[in-house]
Design a protein around this ligand. Structure first.
Ligand SMILES: [Ca+2]
Ligand SMILES: [Ca+2]
Length: 480
């Protein structure tokens, strides 16, 4: 009798309307802030410890040539979440989330990615840094908060005070050191706990859960155990050629100059470069552990086999290469991001080398979840590559930073063109550090002509809602 009851229950649950309602896959999207290509699976730094992100990569497809559309948080996220390029919306720089759809006609027609899910019957959940600043655009059905954001922070900076340098000023949270004492005080710890609780609940509709983590964005404040994972004696600094910038055009120097950030020369002269690298590696390890909690909770939930997982970073970060510790430039370490997609019953342990973009995530998820849309987006669904990572892929990855400044990245080369027409060309296969600018060299002209064909002909003027001009170049161009 007991056996009969059990099989009856099994039969009933097989026809449970709740399970029918969830025939569409759920989506867990994990957005990590300022995480560069040093993650273990991408082999960007020999000491990186990111076992959970590496595990996810081994269970799905790792895109090893993925790039952001803007090398700074706000516009990168605006582009990813609207599916529209910055040169179409004018969203090239930091602005308030509520203004993303007010910049011009194209931006007003945008539908935020979670809203597309909502229109298709999904419940949308979010926590932490997904948009640049919480859920002011009121996108999620349920938003768990963004707690202490980049904090908690000590009363006084430990190591780096930009206002103490001649010619520098505030505008950066860059600093590093042991603080606070416990993980439980960290924003990302709280966000992970909130996400885990959502995965432990019964959801009557398919859901899209977006989890945004703040580290390794500055400040690099973390409990001691994360620093202890990387003894300074073992920390290696990235490749640096002091003469590297000599062949960069003047406009390239202006656009990428973020004067409030520490320069590599200064870090070397004060013997702190390794400390900065250690703090970034510690931040990566910490955030990886938070990612692991979400992945573990998903694995232990009823949604384990019916959930697509996407993990990405909004842009990369220089840790001393090109004499800078910053984002906000059009070179590889800034545009190159981790991107992993794990599908239920999808291919595992596969690497895709095609040049893809964060803007492609929107149409990819729409296609994987068969979402109905009555608007168009700029990216391309990655579904052909998810089916066959070697499939033909004709689209380069484009990154924009201000009107007229663009990077075009294909399988092997990067062309950067600035607003005054000056250019850089790098052969990433032979010159992974982008030290040798080939623009202007005879043998490069054919390649440059081919890549120039992808540069947009029409550029939307900058949004009038820029809140943070970032440096002298942006202040002059877009500042109020
Ligand atoms: Ca960011
Ligand atoms: Ca150079």
């Amino acid at each position: 009798m007991k056996k009969l009851c059990l099989s009856l229950i099994t039969l009933i649950s097989a026809f449970d309307p709740l399970i029918f309602a969830q025939s569409k896959p759920n989506v867990v999207m994990i957005v990590v802030d300022d995480l560069n290509d040093w993650v273990g699976a991408m082999k960007g730094h020999p000491s990186a410890k990111t076992p959970n992100i590496d595990r996810l990569a081994a269970q799905g497809m790792l895109f090893t040539n993925a790039h952001c559309q803007a090398p700074i948080c706000g516009p990168s996220r605006a582009s990813m979440l609207t599916g529209l390029y910055p040169h179409r919306t004018g969203n090239y720089a930091q602005m308030n989330d509520e203004d993303i759809r007010r910049s011009n006609e194209a931006s007003a027609a945008a539908v935020f990615l979670p809203d597309v899910f909502e229109k298709n019957g999904y419940k949308t959940l979010g926590v932490g840094k997904i948009f640049h600043n919480g859920d002011k655009a009121k996108v999620f059905d349920t938003y768990g908060g963004n707690f202490d954001k980049y904090g908690p922070s000590p009363e006084k900076r430990f190591k780096y005070d930009p206002s103490s340098f001649p010619g520098k000023s505030g505008g950066t949270q860059t600093d590093w050191g042991v603080y606070p004492e416990y993980d439980s005080l960290m924003t990302d710890h709280k966000s992970a706990a909130w996400a885990v609780r959502q995965l432990q609940q019964t959801h009557e509709k398919p859901f899209m859960l977006t989890v945004g983590f703040y580290r390794p964005h500055v400040p690099w404040y973390l409990p001691k155990k994360w620093f202890d994972l990387f003894p300074l004696s073992d920390v290696t600094t990235p490749p640096y050629d002091p003469s590297d910038m000599l062949d960069v055009p003047a406009m390239g120097k202006r656009v990428s100059d973020v004067p409030m950030m520490p320069a590599t020369d200064w870090l070397i002269s004060t013997n702190q470069w390794k400390d900065v690298v250690q703090a970034y590696l510690a931040s990566m390890a910490f955030v990886d552990a938070q990612v692991g909690k979400v992945l573990d909770a998903l694995e232990q939930s009823p949604y384990a086999t019916n959930t697509i997982v996407v993990l990405l970073s909004d842009h990369g970060y220089h840790l001393g290469e090109k004499n800078r510790v910053a984002k906000q430039a059009l070179w590889e370490r800034d545009t190159h991001v981790p991107l992993i997609i794990r599908q239920p019953r999808g291919r595992s342990n596969v690497v895709c080398k095609a040049p893809v973009q964060l803007i492609d995530i929107y149409p990819t998820l729409a296609s994987l979840c068969a979402l109905k849309m009555d608007h168009s987006v700029d990216g391309h669904s990655l579904q052909p590559l998810l089916n066959d990572p070697a499939a033909s892929w004709k689209h380069p990855a484009m990154t924009f930073y201000g009107v007229g400044n663009v990077s075009i990245r294909d399988e092997r080369y990067r062309l950067i063109q600035y607003e005054d027409g000056s250019e850089e060309l790098y052969d990433l296969e032979k010159d992974a550090n982008e030290w040798n600018n080939l623009a202007g060299k005879k043998e490069a002209s054919k390649r440059i002509t081919a890549l120039r064909a992808f540069i947009p002909k029409a550029w939307a003027p900058s949004s009038p809602f820029v809140t943070y001009p970032a440096n002298a170049y942006f202040k002059e161009k877009y500042g109020k």
